[in-house]
Design a protein around this ligand. Structure first.
Ligand code: ADP
Ligand code: MG
Length: 616
């Protein structure tokens, strides 16, 4: 009568369910496989992927390998060589310990494993499909392990649907591998995608050297080494000087006991250490390594092991904050010595532009509290001067890039719907001066006006660019000597896919090697010299999906970003002449009351309002 309804699921189905937690996308499967290689003592790890990793993920290592029985067991759930009992959970020194990664991956793919211990005569080959072992046989292979995962999620269509484009998945996989490579500099890493090499880094002596291998000398040369140890642990790593800042937190990399993690305590400590040193909304580049006694960190709080729990979170915060803050407070001397090398290496305008800002601090000696952000002052001034003088017109090439964007858009843009009486001609007002290095104070007919210099310049630049775009294409100014720009090879597919948009924005760029662009021209409105920096900012501010939507609306979004990065920032002192020129430009510009993001360009305090405040 009473039917039994509860039953234990077959192991294969249980694995598929668990797979949902452990492997969410190709990048997470890759991370698990590479962590296994590291746990196996590999000195060299090679990764190949196809189709963003969904079609193929292959990891080869020269680690300890496995015998036949171990290989067969390794793809079973809860099969691990790394812990024996629960007490081991309190002192984990390996990446893996849950014994479920291989089982999960094998249950949602066609997996072939070839593995051999050095002492064995030959290796063993194991093929598994959807979790079911198909065959095991002897094979010839060098000592180590090679695991090939094909058609990830072939039997879990719901999971497959959630994958993004191949370029995006490839980027995520490459970034996951870069994080592991950074944490393990003594191991060589190589990665290829669809037959193209993304990076190939030999064994390195230090994290700094690895940073240089992975992200290029330009960034590595601007990084400061920091270290602080106390009774609770040690925090060390590399932190970019506060002259560098980035549009996304992508280069904030945090590790606990060499495990890449994303942790709120650490991120907050980093953000606070950089507080007031970076412009609002910008992020530093930091590689932070925190080393704690294994019993002081719980790594078993997340199936993907990307989160941890600290036994004494407050102490960890304090340690990281102090380590970074002390180093950042005293960065002048270090950077100054790094500069000649950078200059000799043919560094572009970015590094030369920071010289004056740093030279100002250099003599100060001990722990100077750096003042408000002074970003590349001469650089910005040049931009503004060039802009207001409209100098490039003379030698600018008229290059209609015409992707067809806006070709037939409304060129006869009617006057903006402004209540003419309410918007003054700024140039007619008396300039009182600049305040807080960010606002221009003007005396109006019947009130006091404050103009936000960045918003104003941003609108001027944006409208110029938009006008050019509509009348055939953004004007490109050729650079006297083409410059090269490196980008993170992990994002190669996205960057290359975005070249048409970048060209439409006025950057004359050609791919050159796997992670380098040759820049031959830049939007004339900014002058060519700042082009490389601007291009870097544009690439950096690209979302995970690149410039995903095509069409004019998307391109205008890009124009906003471009105008923003290219415009004079708050925090810069303007000369009287620059102020009058900016105001005149602004008066010639449509939509001059707001910046392209919609923030007001000016606010007004009416005379009556002021008088009332003084109880007159
Ligand atoms: P865990 O890493 O948590 O132990 P996995 O499912 O990731 O669980 O791996 C199961 C076991 O398979 C590991 O404990 C290890 O003994 C073995 N193994 C996996 N990958 C490799 C490899 N590349 N080289 C040697 N042994 C491996
Ligand atoms: Mg593992």
């Amino acid at each position: 009568m009473i039917e039994r309804v509860v039953h234990i699921l077959p192991e294969q189905i249980a694995s598929q369910i668990a797979a949902g937690e452990v492997v969410e996308r190709p990048a997470s499967a890759l991370k698990e496989m590479v962590e296994n290689s590291l746990d196996a003592g590999a000195r060299s790890i090679s990764v190949e992927i196809e189709g963003g990793g969904a079609r193929l993920l292959q990891v080869s290592d020269d680690g300890c390998g496995m015998g036949r029985e171990d290989a067969v067991l390794s793809i079973r759930r809860h099969a691990t060589s790394k812990i024996r009992d629960a007490s081991d959970l309190f002192a984990i020194r390996t990446f893996g310990f849950r014994g479920e990664a291989l089982a999960s991956i094998a249950s949602v793919s066609h997996t072939t494993m070839r593995t051999r211990r050095a002492a064995d005569e030959h290796g063993v080959e194991l093929t598994v499909s959807g979790g079911a072992v198909e065959h095991t046989r002897a094979c010839a292979i060098a000592p180590g392990t090679r695991i090939e995962v094909r058609d990830l999620f072939f039997n879990t269509p719901a999971r497959l649907k959630f994958l993004k484009t191949a370029a995006t998945e490839q980027g995520a996989a490459a970034e996951a591998l870069q994080r592991l490579a950074l944490a393990n500099p003594k191991v060589a890493f190589r990665m290829a995608a669809d037959g193209r090499l993304l990076f190939d880094v030999p064994r390195a002596a230090s994290a700094l050297e690895r940073m240089r291998q992975l992200f290029g000398a330009r960034l590595a040369d601007k990084m400061l080494e920091f270290e602080l140890a106390d009774a609770g642990g040690r925090a060390w790593g590399l932190a970019a000087t506060s002259q560098e800042s980035f549009a996304t937190p992508r280069l904030v990399l945090t590790f606990v006991n060499h495990r890449p993690v994303r942790d709120r305590v650490l991120l907050r400590a980093i953000a606070q250490a950089y507080q007031t040193l970076l412009p609002r909304g910008r992020h530093p580049a930091v590689a932070l390594f925190v080393e704690l006694r294994p019993e002081d960190v719980d790594v078993n709080v997340h199936p993907m092991k990307t989160e941890v729990r600290f036994r004494r979170a407050g102490a960890v915060f304090e340690l990281v904050y102090r380590a970074l803050r002390t180093r950042l407070a005293d960065q002048a001397s270090e950077v100054a010595t790094a500069l000649p090398a950078a200059a000799a290496a043919g560094a572009d305008d970015v590094s030369t532009a920071v010289v004056p800002a740093i030279a100002g601090n250099a003599g100060a000696g001990t722990a100077v509290q750096p003042a408000a952000p002074t970003r590349s002052i001469s650089d910005q001034r040049d931009h503004l001067l060039r802009l207001v003088a409209d100098a490039p017109a003379a030698h600018a090439m008229q290059t209609p890039l015409g992707l067809g964007y806006g070709r037939d858009a409304v060129t006869a843009q009617t006057s903006p719907p402004l209540a003419a009486s309410r918007v003054p001609r700024y140039a007619d007002l008396r300039v009182i001066g600049q305040i807080f290095a960010g606002f221009i104070a003007l005396e109006g007919e019947d009130g006091l006006l404050l103009i936000d210099q960045h918003a104003a310049h941003e609108r001027v630049t944006f409208e110029k660019l938009r006008g050019e775009l509509r009348s055939g294409g953004i004007r490109v100014q050729a650079m006297l000597t083409p410059a090269t720009m490196e980008f993170n090879p992990a994002r190669a597919a996205q960057v290359l896919a975005s070249l048409p948009e970048l060209r439409a924005l006025g950057f004359e760029v050609e791919p050159f090697g796997p992670a380098t662009l040759v820049v031959k021209g830049a939007p004339a409105v900014f002058g060519a010299e700042g082009g490389v920096r601007l291009l870097g900012e544009m690439i950096e501010s690209m979302g995970e999906d690149g410039f995903r939507n095509h069409g004019e609306a998307a391109l205008e979004d890009c124009l906003k970003t471009l105008a923003c990065h290219g415009s004079v920032r708050a925090g810069r002192t303007l000369e009287q002449r620059e102020i009058t020129e900016l105001l005149a430009e602004l008066d010639r510009t449509e939509f001059k009351t707001n910046c392209p993001h919609g923030r007001p360009v000016h606010i007004e305090f009416r005379r009556g309002q002021i008088e009332r405040m003084f109880r007159r």
